[in-house]
Design a protein. Structure first.
Length: 399
């Protein structure tokens, strides 16, 4: 892959230049403020779907608190330009250590949904991870993504032939890496959706992938065209309500010839089991605080997982990334790359592909600038030594 012609930080200059013509950016450049911007612009149901968390929201808040508790220590006089953000993740060369997290039912936010996201991913040069709960088919998204890098996220159905068929479709259309999400084999208690009686994948067409699947269609009593609601209802028990187990992972190897990572790992011993099962990596994630309310902050779990398996496998991270500094901190704590979640979906809601592009360019510019100002020219230089030592446990004063 050729080096980026221009650095990601150029977005900053581009914005300032437009200011000379009295133009300001169409969307805020503070990605943590996008949620408020979106609240005013989209319906309460899809807003609640994206912004909401499980239970009281304790884990969603803990995710942010963990980022705030880590501080970066910039170094001076290092001539940290130009910078190269390229990195290799699971054998793929990425333009930056950032991917778009799998987010289902994006047509609930914008009619173009995942197609807009796929176009923005291609335009910004970062991979997208397509959700099994996509509102557009695997093939449509691949086409919209063009020459982009695409990964596929599996909500592992309880039907081997349907699973094999979905995986074959993803491989045939250029998805290279499989992300198997383990933490959402059923939805948690989510007051934001429950209070509005809003089940996104039924209301926002999150069943495009199974409903376009020849094997699933052959199972239906009445065709999708005759009774789409009944077809969606028939999909529910196949993909939700029952967990798989460690001894079934071999099936994935048989049906996928690229790298496989397990998403939703929080316990170091689960990471250890993933390595033992021959998985290629893990994504440390608590699903953005949307599953177990009270679960450990994802960034704290990252530290423990990296300590256990960091030398043996690739550890990716998501849950709470809202700025370049956040991405930097996760990389410093041992993540190979980070997945951006809610912020890009707010960009989608506010401005379709253009909105997603703005969010991604903002994050990459911010990460690039942060690296430079801290004194790193390459991702490999972002290590634990760039962070302030943590306060000792128990809150005693440091000596
Ligand atoms: C609206 C929404 C839908 C999501 N859908 C999926 C999904 O289909 N598959 C999946 O693996 N994760 C899904 N996630 C979890 C994300 O991949 C990611 O783990 C999470 O958004 C990270 O937290 P953050 O958005 O607070 O950074 C979803 C998250 C949100 C907010
Ligand atoms: O809402 C989610 O967090 C999620 O993962 C999901 C699951 C199924 C359908 C849509 C989204």
């Amino acid at each position: 892959m050729a080096a980026p012609r221009r650095g990601f930080a150029d977005y900053q200059f581009e914005i300032y230049l437009k200011g000379l013509e009295d133009q300001v950016p169409p969307f805020t450049t503070d990605l943590s403020a996008l949620e408020d911007a979106a609240r005013d612009r989209i319906d309460p149901q899809p807003y609640g779907y994206v912004a909401g968390a499980a239970g009281t929201g304790a884990t969603a808040r803990a995710n942010r608190a963990a980022f705030d508790a880590h501080r970066i220590v910039p170094r001076m006089l290092r001539d940290a330009a130009p910078r190269d953000l390229r990195t290799t993740v699971l054998g793929s060369e990425l333009a930056a250590p950032v991917l778009l997290a799998p987010i289902g039912v994006q047509s609930a936010l914008h009619p173009e949904g995942e197609l807009a996201t796929a176009r923005a991913a291609e335009a910004t040069g970062i991979p997208m991870v397509l959700s099994t709960a996509s509102s557009h088919t695997i093939e449509e998204v691949a086409e919209a993504n063009g020459t982009g890098q695409r990964w596929f996220q599996l909500y592992w159905p309880h039907d081997e032939e349907v699973t094999a068929s979905i995986l074959a479709r993803a491989r045939a259309t250029g998805y290279t890496t499989l992300v198997v999400t383990l933490d959402t084999w059923q939805l948690a208690w989510r007051p934001h959706d429950l209070d509005q009686a809003y089940l996104p994948f039924l209301r926002g067409n999150g069943v495009a992938i199974p409903l376009s699947d020849p094997v699933f269609r052959s199972r239906l009593d009445r065709s999708v065209e005759e009774d789409p609601r009944a077809a969606a209802m028939q999909w529910l028990p196949i993909f939700s309500g029952k967990a798989h187990t460690w001894d079934e992972l071999g099936f994935l190897h048989e049906h996928w010839d690229g790298p496989i990572v397990l998403k939703g790992i929080l316990h170091p011993q689960d990471a250890r089991r993933a390595v033992a099962a021959g998985m290629d990596g893990v994504v440390v994630s608590n699903h953005g605080g949307r599953q177990v309310d009270g679960a450990v902050a994802a960034l704290d779990a990252l530290v423990d997982v990296v300590a256990e398996v960091g030398g043996e496998t690739e550890v990716l991270f998501d849950s709470g990334i809202r700025s370049g500094a956040d991405a930097f901190k996760a990389l410093a704590l041992g993540a190979r790359a980070v997945l951006l979640g809610r912020p890009y979906v707010y960009g989608l809601a506010l401005g379709g592909a253009e909105g997603v592009r703005h969010v991604v360019r903002s994050l990459l510019a911010d990460l690039d600038l942060t690296m430079g100002l801290v004194g790193c020219t390459r991702v490999a230089q972002i290590g634990p030594d760039t962070l302030h030592r943590p306060a000792p446990a128990g809150g005693e004063a440091r000596r």
